[in-house]
Design a protein. Sequence first.
Length: 156
Amino acid sequence: MATVRWWNPASDLVNASRVMDRVFDQYFGYGQAHEQEQGGIPTYALPVDVLETENEFLLYATVAGVPSDHVDVTFEDGVLTISVKAAPFERQGRWLRQERPWGSWTRKLELPKEVQADGIHANVENGMLRLIVPKAVTAQPVKIPVGGKQPEQLQS
């Protein structure tokens, strides 16, 4: 028995778009062209989780196998930049499969301007980069009592 598949040109366009996005991400990554010339073409797009709490933003990125001195974090003009340089492992045989990423990659994230840049902390523990970005203290609304003369009560 033959299976009938309805052709949908919109889904074909969406699939083609996803394939092209993957191709460009694979060869060009998230960084800028001049940055790629300095450190080589990225071999990996660094995924980042971002959480917001009442007082801070928490960012997590997996940097397994990369020492902390090969991870750079900068914050300038509301943009947080994470740069990682991972070296390939020393090969002691012939490759049958190589799937772990290596090379240089950069990820830029735009954060709200209301952060305390001097209070940003970053550490690498068990292959996980954790960034704590405190929110700036903003002016809180204040209830201002309105004074005035109370109307006199009528006497009967």
